[in-house]
Design a protein around this ligand. Structure first.
Ligand code: B12
Ligand code: SF4
Length: 457
């Protein structure tokens, strides 16, 4: 059978300017689920292709001859996923199977657009579902416990650009912050053995990949294992150009780990600083304190590991001043990038259940659930004010002075990336302002009106 996997992209992310801006933010890569499931299907004798819409428009003509269309969806791209599914089901009577983060938590909704919806990690059921041996409309798949047995993602089936290979050395995270989807979707926390990880890296080296991203939700959760992987990377000459990873502030407690990260070129890390307000850390169940955040900022700088500081905007326990403090702090510790994320109540999380119960879900269209739009009623700000704080944060952080500082600290590449982000954020702010003035029902205009009404009442 010919099976096509599609990872859709929301409308704004298919925009040419957005794609150009995105290329400065990060290198093209791929979500690994479809590449793993595709490999399993390939091993079962099928012909598989994977398309990432984020990087190239879909050529619908190429999809028409597929026997089965598999769509992978998270919340912000699920509207597009439904659009593609409806089109191929209605016009060409194609069989559509859906899976991924959003369909796993909203299976009934997804099943209105698909012949089958798989809940959870699909390795154990994908062949039976595709071949029609399982005919249920909604299929619950058990997680894979022996994670070393999962085939490596097959990049030969990916038909869209990909400059960096993504590797997941573990699934899930041992913590459970109240807004986090992944620690719940990939539950329980499971880790691959260092040798199994090394085997995968060897393939990417052979394939000529210069960049590899460690996309684990928390690569350094188990420091002993992380160190073992790093030592083996160094010993086996499997070091790539500046590898990105996700970590937590606790990694700064271990100097040996920091030394190894640096030596293995894992020199760019995204860490959830979230807020400098301890009440907020406790509210989200982050199990992290302010001293740890400060220590981490300083230590990473000392070791030359570039920090992408992720902060969350709109927590019930935070005010606008708390957000300003987080931005200032990120500047002061020489953060390489700032990633402000507007609190987003994703289905399946405690924060979603809380806001739903309190009737605070304001925007119902899933495409806006992308951490850049306010979709709920915040406690200490109006939705419009909170959206403004997002744009203020990027404007305050991405300055020309900041770009010069990056040049001094990290050289030309860091400067050029910052300049591009300076331009992109200015453009984004202007877009935000213009849209808010248009009376055409766009999200910013809606947030503004709702907020004005709230202030008047
Ligand atoms: C790599 C990655 C990216 C990459 C590439 C993604 C892409 N091309 O779309 C980049 C950096 C570009 C990216 C962008 C974004 N991302 Co992202 N990303 C990830 C990350 C870190 C890893 C993905 C991965 O490989 N997972 C591991 C594999 C094994 O899981 P999987 O792919 O989901 O597949 C399994 C199951 O879901 C299921 N499955 C998946 N697809 C299918 C299909 C079928 C048919 C079936 C049956 C089953 C099935 O089986 C698979 C095997 O077990 C995840 C976090 C995570 N842990 O997953 C976030 C994550 C998916 N991203 C997220 C977000 C919010 C975004 C952005 C909106 C961020 C932004 N503001 O721009 C954008 C949206 C992109 C888009 N397409 O529109 C959120 C989604 C939250 C949610 N509930 O919707 C996550 C969970 C991170 C988080 N914050 O918690 N992302
Ligand atoms: S530490 Fe990060 S990955 Fe782990 S539960 Fe919290 S937000 Fe999720």
């Amino acid at each position: 059978m010919k099976i096509i996997f599609i990872v859709p992209a929301a409308k704004i992310r298919r925009n040419r300017l957005y794609r150009i801006g995105g290329s400065f933010y990060g290198r093209s890569n791929s979500i690994t689920g479809p590449l793993i499931l595709g490999k399993i299907l390939k091993n079962a004798g099928h012909n598989v292709e994977v398309y990432e819409e984020l990087y190239r428009d879909l050529d619908f003509q190429k999809i028409i001859d597929a026997d089965v269309i598999c769509i992978s969806a998270m919340t912000s791209n699920v509207v597009r996923a439904y659009e593609i599914a409806d089109f191929f089901r209605e016009k060409y009577h194609k069989r559509v199977i859906m899976g991924g983060m959003h369909p796993s938590y909203m299976p009934d909704e997804a099943s209105r657009h698909a012949d089958c919806v798989v809940i959870g990690e699909a390795e154990n059921v994908i062949v039976d579902v595709v071949e029609g041996n399982i005919t249920d409309k909604i299929v619950k798949s058990a997680p894979v416990f022996d994670v070393d047995s999962i085939p490596f993602p097959d990049y030969s089936i990916l038909k869209t650009p990909c400059k960096a290979a993504n590797i997941m050395t573990s699934r899930g995270c041992p913590y459970n912050c109240n807004f986090c989807t992944t620690s719940r979707m990939f539950y329980p926390y499971r880790q691959r053995t260092p040798d199994n990880v090394i085997e995968e890296l060897r393939i990417y080296k052979k394939m000529g990949f210069k960049y590899v991203n460690f996309e684990d939700d928390n690569f350094t959760a188990n420091k002993v294992r992380a160190k073992e992987i790093l030592r083996k990377m160094i010993k086996n000459n499997l070091v790539f150009k500046e590898t990105f990873f996700f970590g937590r502030t606790d990694l700064a407690d271990d100097d040996e780990l920091l030394e190894l990260l640096k030596a293995a070129n894992l020199k760019r890390v995204l860490i959830g600083i979230e807020s400098l307000n301890q009440k907020s850390q406790d509210y989200i169940n982050k199990k992290q304190n302010i001293e740890a955040i400060i220590k981490c900022g300083n230590k990473l700088f000392k070791y030359g590991i570039k920090l992408i500081a992720s902060i969350v905007l709109g927590l019930d326990t935070d005010t606008a001043e708390d957000i300003h403090r987080s931005v200032e702090f990120s500047k002061n510790i020489n953060a390489y990038q700032l990633q402000p994320a507007i609190l987003t109540p994703y289905p399946g999380t405690p924060i979603y259940n809380q806001f739903k119960k309190e009737n605070r879900l304001l925007i119902k269209e899933w495409e806006y659930y992308d951490m850049m739009n306010v979709v709920f009623i915040p406690k200490n700000l109006t939705p419009w004010e909170l959206e403004g704080e997002f744009y203020k944060a990027v404007k305050d952080f991405y300055t020309l002075g900041g770009a010069m500082k990056m040049f001094r600290l990290y050289g030309f590449d860091a400067w050029s990336r910052r300049m591009a982000l300076w331009f992109a954020t200015r453009f984004g702010c202007a877009f935000f302002k213009r849209q808010s003035e248009k009376e055409n029902g766009n999200i910013y205009n809606r947030l503004k009106h709702v907020s004005m009404k709230m202030l008047m009442n």
